[in-house]
Design a binder for this molecule. Structure first.
Ligand code: ARG
Length: 462
């Protein structure tokens, strides 16, 4: 098949070479954005009298026909036309005749592809932000029912201090809030128009870049034509924000997997998000959580792949940059899928409050409380730490917990101990009293839930 750029060539590439160079297999996902960009471009060409109204109208009608056909899945693309841009231009010319060849006046595929990517990522970023909000809402809803449910808090995966389960869930709410913020911030740089930068140097035609930017609802234009066609920072930023988001999801996956294990039994994942084993009838596997944890790796891969692709590229466009797409498309799909599954998994999981209550009463995670008790009564904290450490050792030797030691043992360890320590050592007291800002104390957790709900309702309004 003849090429739209075939003029200076004396022979055509073999089909397998064409196929290697083609991006149509994946960039056809940009069909809608490419047509939208072209409609804005041709509208501007007419306004600037670069094309006649009549020509522009013909081209626009042709593009709208292609738009309908695309929506109906009726467009047939070919690797011989390399990419979505050349395929659509060829289809346009087939549709309306040689006047279709005027569409590309004052434009290059280099500013065209960049425009498509900006339009695409704007929509996708907004949709992902929405999905983050849905997951945050699911976390808040679970948390609301568990302000006073206690769970062991860990450091080094050793029981450290008990915490409110709501507080633990809300930790992820705030991580996701940062993810939301990163994506929101990246939109400032996504929402800039490269259209009109031409191949690299601008154009001799009297185009109006601000006008096409306005038609495409961009907030501004790239200041430098070389930068406009070479910049893929906005995709790097999207991938970096996605990698961080997936890292957060993956950490929660790890906790869900642990918590649903026989050894913990803190939660049960709903049947809808678990699978069985083909051999062991008793198994219920947290597959979805494992998969999301696993998929995190491919998102990191896409980020590194693009950074590596870009690092040695001289200005301006290089064909290497065609490699920016598959990782981005894959990341969009992975992130959206993971967020959706996650919201469902959190909403439907069952919390085993009995197992959690049992866990927080059968450990030494109230030891800090005892040291704080002595410090409050004037003993230097370091000394108090030593006294309590010895008490823990005594309890371990006796095979009991701190609440089981008789008062005489305490009084012998320090005259500052009084009968009220048994109340002080209750897990509910331990958690309830941690009311420093951002702590797990019940008052603080209720405040945090209020703030979280405010954020969610603000963004629904906004
Ligand atoms: N398919 C190309 C890409 O994705 C479009 C831009 C091609 N430009 C060029 N001068 N060959 O990067």
């Amino acid at each position: 098949m003849s090429k739209l750029w075939g003029g200076r060539f004396t022979k055509t590439a073999e089909q397998w070479v064409d196929e290697f160079g083609a991006s149509i297999g994946f960039d056809q996902q940009l069909v809608e954005e490419d047509i939208t960009g072209s409609i804005a471009h041709v509208t501007m060409l007419a306004k600037q009298h670069i094309l006649s109204e009549e020509e522009a109208a013909q081209i626009k009608n042709g593009l709208k026909t292609l738009q309908k056909k695309a929506a109906a899945g009726e467009l047939v693309f070919s690797a011989a036309q390399e990419d979505i841009h050349l395929n659509l231009e060829k289809l346009l010319i087939d549709e309306i005749g040689p006047v279709g060849g005027k569409l590309h006046t004052g434009r290059s595929r280099n500013d065209q592809v960049a425009t498509d990517m900006h339009l695409y990522l704007r929509t996708q970023t907004e949709e992902i932000m929405e999905a983050i909000r849905t997951l945050q809402a699911a976390l808040v809803k679970q948390a609301e029912g568990h302000v006073e449910t206690l769970i062991p808090g860990y450091t080094h995966l050793q029981r450290a201090q008990p915490v409110s389960f709501a507080h633990h869930l809300l930790a992820y709410f705030w991580m996701l809030e940062r993810d939301y913020g990163r994506l929101q911030d990246s939109l400032k740089r996504v929402n800039i128009s490269p259209l009109g930068a031409g191949a690299l140097a601008g154009t001799t035609f009297p185009i109006d870049r601000a006008y096409t930017a306005e038609l495409l609802h961009f907030e501004g234009i790239y200041e430098n034509s070389l930068d406009a066609v070479s910049d893929r920072d906005f995709i790097v930023e999207f991938l970096a924000a996605s990698a961080t988001l997936m890292m957060h999801l993956s950490r929660l996956c790890e906790e869900l997997i642990l918590w649903s294990a026989q050894e913990f039994q803190f939660i049960e994942i709903d049947d809808a998000f678990a699978t069985g084993s083909s051999i062991m009838p008793q198994k219920k596997n947290p597959d979805m959580a494992e998969l999301i944890r696993g998929k995190t790796g491919r998102v990191y891969g896409s980020l590194f792949s693009l950074l590596t692709t870009l690092k040695g590229l001289p200005l301006a466009y290089n064909k290497d940059m065609q490699e920016d797409k598959e990782g981005m498309f894959d990341t969009v799909k992975t992130v959206k899928g993971s967020l959706r599954i996650f919201a469902g998994m959190i909403e439907t999981m069952t919390v085993n409050t009995d197992a959690m209550a049992k866990a927080v009463t059968s450990d030494f995670s109230n030891a800090t409380e005892l040291a704080d008790y002595l410090a409050t009564k004037g003993m230097p904290f370091r000394e108090a730490h030593e006294v309590v450490g010895k008490l823990v050792l005594t309890a371990i030797e006796k095979g009991v917990y701190l609440l089981d030691l008789p008062i005489e043992v305490y009084k012998e360890a320090s005259s500052l101990f009084a009968d009220d320590i048994y109340e002080v050592l209750q897990p509910k007291t331990v958690v309830g009293r941690r009311n420093s800002a951002g702590g797990t104390g019940f008052e603080q957790v209720k405040l945090a839930l209020g703030k979280a709900n405010d954020l969610l309702s603000q963004s629904i309004k906004g």
